[in-house]
Ligand binder design. Sequence first.
Ligand code: ACO
Length: 382
Amino acid sequence: MENATNNTEVHKGLEGVIAASTKIGYVDGQAGMLNYRGYDIKTLAEQSNYEEVSFLLLYGHLPTREEYNAYATKLRELSKPDEDVYDVIRKIGAKTHPMTTLRTAVSIFAASDKAESSENLKDQEEMAIKLIATLPTIVGAIHRVYSGKEIIAPDKNLGYAANFYYMSLGVRPDPMESKIMDTALILHADHGMNASTFSAMVTISTLADMYSSVTSAISTLKGGLHGGANERALKMIQSFGTPAGAESKLRDMLERKEKIMGFGHRVYKVYDPRAKILKQYADYITQKNDRNLYETANKVEEIMINTLGSKGIFPNVDFYSGMVYNAMGFKTEIFTPIFAVGRISGWVARALEYVSDNKLFRPKAQYTGERGPLKYVPIQER
Ligand code: ACO
């Protein structure tokens, strides 16, 4: 029975509710600090790569050289999905939002795994690794089809991020482009019990398989208040046109109390540390072209901080990520799937951590409806 206890305090959106313990990552929203397994995100962004960070999130320690080689090789070997996955992408990918195609492709991908419904923890871990290995290939293929181009198979000589760049854009990245792609994926790999991660955890807590868990997470990431904000932030900056355009249009939006995409965060009340790093790369990568876009964004940031900084509203990770991807040549609608490629390691690491000491998620709702019992009136008499 709902609400049978005396505890009637409602934590809307579960805000502030501690529902699990974790050793995977830590966010300090007041200090603007994020770490994965105790390693500062800035250090990882500068010195590590996605394969290593993914291993760290899953297994709790930085890999030895041997562990690293075995893990990176396994990711490479598993990077190509069955033809069925490519077929569905070809069939629906040109006209469907890439997040919808991604959700569908992951479901189809599950069908190629004989253990797809297994509850066994070792099988779940294998599914997790298969998903980490394949997601860049799937998203790369979705980008190609969505752009009206041929799908490109993985190049086994490239690292995770460089390969994703290559499969999506059809050219191999130079070292700096590869570093930026790698960093963007690292910065998105994990972030506390955010909505999509929570979704993944809720699903696996029912003892559903890892594919179902990741499909739930992808669906949750799609929304505009979560992963979808990067796409909307870029469109907004583009619509301002110039720094002067931003000045007038943004002030109008603020007057109308509209939410400005790419700003604010449920946890960070200071500058998002990931946005700080991405801003430097946005500055670098827009030197060749898109300079006006960067300068417009800078103007938006300045106005927002002057107006709402005192309320703890600063740029979040989505504000500059879209600009970086846009300058690389990615289509706007693929920004959220890129987020998923980064976040896959965090999703599966947290789902595995949770299910290894499982408790079915089942919060309560406060019932505010009619208590009754009302008299039932037959339909012909209503
Ligand atoms: N633009 C304008 N005003 C804002 C914004 C924004 N982006 N964000 C918050 N505010 C305002 C709120 O309306 C509120 O105003 P009030 O005091 O007059 O009521 C005040 O700032 C404080 O807001 P919070 O309570 O701190 O915001 P909340 O935690 O409820 O929301 C959220 C966080 C949903 C992320 C919100 O900031 C938002 O909608 N941002 C835009 C969407 C976005 O960029 N999402 C990406 C988040 S990061 C990620 O998912 C990876």
